[in-house]
Design a protein around this ligand. Structure first.
Ligand code: THU
Length: 139
């Protein structure tokens, strides 16, 4: 049995609270920071579809609101036939706060897991170094 407060347990539990009346696709995400703190998020849809937010975005917002800015490990779970791949926007959001080697586990509620890394989810990511010009980007 998994230990209490594992990212797996946290993500699975928060997924139940997802607000997904349009897609009916509930997603849960859990993050752990280097200090050991954990944060969770679920997708929150909106009748104006583009205003919906992903589970990862919710967990990241909770982390930042608590004063933490580094993701050491992430876990994402959904009721999908294969471990759910984060959308492109969420890959960029994870990359903002994680080192490329940070582990990301993608999971199904049936227990399938795919373990990957932030750097493998977003190879060639746009990063701060791409804005480091002599003019600081103002030219
Ligand atoms: N979704 C997430 O929350 N995270 C992902 O990684 C993939 C997609 C949500 C967004 C939307 O509410 C629903 O899943 C269907 O796209």
């Amino acid at each position: 049995m998994s230990r209490p407060e594992s990212l797996s347990d946290l993500a699975r539990a928060v997924r139940e609270n997802a607000y997904a009346p349009y897609s009916h696709f509930k997603v849960g995400a859990a993050l752990r920071t280097p200090s050991g703190k954990t944060y969770t998020g679920c997708n929150v849809e909106n009748v104006a579809y583009p205003e919906g937010t992903c589970a990862e975005a919710g967990a990241i917002a909770a982390m930042v609101a608590d004063g933490e800015t580094e993701i050491a490990e992430a876990y994402v779970i959904a009721d999908s036939p294969h471990p759910v791949p984060p959308c492109g926007g969420c890959r960029q959001k994870l990359a903002e706060f994680a080192k490329s080697g940070a582990q990301v586990t993608l999971a199904t509620i049936d227990g399938a897991e795919l373990i990957t890394k932030v750097g493998d989810l977003l190879p060639g990511a746009f990063g701060r170094d791409h804005m480091e010009t002599e003019t600081g980007g103002d030219a």
